[in-house]
Ligand binder design. Structure first.
Ligand code: NDP
Length: 288
């Protein structure tokens, strides 16, 4: 398909912040061509129908394709579809994410290695795998935007991990070193005593930030850019109903990075972590 509008892919966009982002983005149709994806096809198609009802002018600009980011076959099929349908794409929003119940708010919570594999596997390993699969199709001025968390601040991950995250000569292999160290400490059941953070979710998002900054953005070329951002604590199935922010509030900075940040490499911001439309320090983070 020949199109001069920017092609934007959003993972896990059938509900929550991903869907709220879609509600904002359809207002930019036909300047934006949108791809809503979900692991459950019926939920995804229902979301597409609801968006068309809300904003009928987006009908021809809104596409759907199933995508389970943790499944290699699904990732490969999706890439093939993007290639055949559009040839390339302009923006990938890595929004899909997982959290184990009780991980953040139950003081008694103790992680298992299954939790580590599921949460870090989805939020870091599968997000990275999807991005690497799609990267050959990214436009020469395209953007990769990954939804991280305020809980990703490196100084919140505990002393053993903070030391590695802040190494001046951080390399790709340090990402897997962090994962293995954390998983082994969880398996030994003494990870809290050893000073590690209790939550695999926090480590997963800290890894996402480190991968984007230290590895991904350095591998990009031309005007391509990569960003991470935190939506803040929002009322969604994941965030619960007590959060102060709406899913729409959470989508604001993502929309900003897509629509307002120029499609032109800017060394001041590429690779960086955003909140409330501004760059945030990786170590200190922000309370949001
Ligand atoms: P929701 O639980 O409402 O939505 C999560 C979305 O991710 C759903 O569409 C879900 O699909 C999808 N998903 C989960 N696993 C996969 C997978 N393997 N493949 C494809 N899609 C998948 O959560 P939020 O909207 O709150 O979260 C969106 C992002 O924002 C996440 O990355 C989260 O970590 C982040 N975030 C959220 C905060 C909050 O307070 N809400 C705070 C900080 C960050 P399904 O419907 O099938 O489950």
């Amino acid at each position: 398909m020949e199109t001069s509008s920017k092609i934007v892919i959003v993972t896990g966009s059938n509900k929550g912040i991903g869907y709220a982002l879609m509600q904002r983005l359809v207002k930019h149709a036909p300047r934006l061509t949108l791809v809503l994806t979900s692991r459950d096809e019926s939920l995804g198609k229902e979301a597409v129908n609801n968006l068309i009802k809300e904003e009928p002018k987006c009908k021809d600009s809104l596409h759907y394709h199933p995508l389970d980011i943790t499944n290699k076959v699904s990732r490969d099929k999706f890439k093939e579809w993007v290639q055949q349908t559009f040839g390339k794409f302009d923006v990938l929003v890595n929004n899909a994410g997982a959290l184990v119940s009780g991980e953040l708010y139950n003081p008694e919570y103790i992680a298992t290695t299954d939790d580590v594999e599921k949460v870090i596997g989805t939020n870091y390993h599968s997000t990275r795998a999807l991005t690497e699969t799609l990267l050959p199709l990214l436009a020469s001025d395209g953007k990769i935007i990954s939804v991280s968390s305020a809980l990703a601040a490196w100084n919140r991950q505990g002393e053993p991990l903070l030391k590695i995250f802040t190494k001046p000569d951080f390399e790709d292999k340090n990402l897997e070193e962090i994962y293995t160290l954390f998983k082994e400490a969880v398996a030994a059941k003494d990870y809290k005593e050893k000073g590690f953070v209790k939550s695999p979710y926090m480590v997963s998002k800290a890894l996402l930030n480190a991968w984007t900054y230290y590895v991904l953005q350095r591998s990009l070329s031309g005007d391509q850019q990569a960003f991470t951002m935190t939506p803040g604590h929002c009322r969604t199935d994941m965030g619960g109903d007590k959060a102060l922010r709406s899913a729409d509030d959470g989508a604001d900075t993502i929309e900003y990075l897509i629509v307002d940040v120029p499609f032109k490499f800017d060394k001041e911001i590429s690779g960086k972590f955003f909140a409330e439309r501004k760059v945030v320090d990786f170590v200190e983070g922000i309370n949001l």
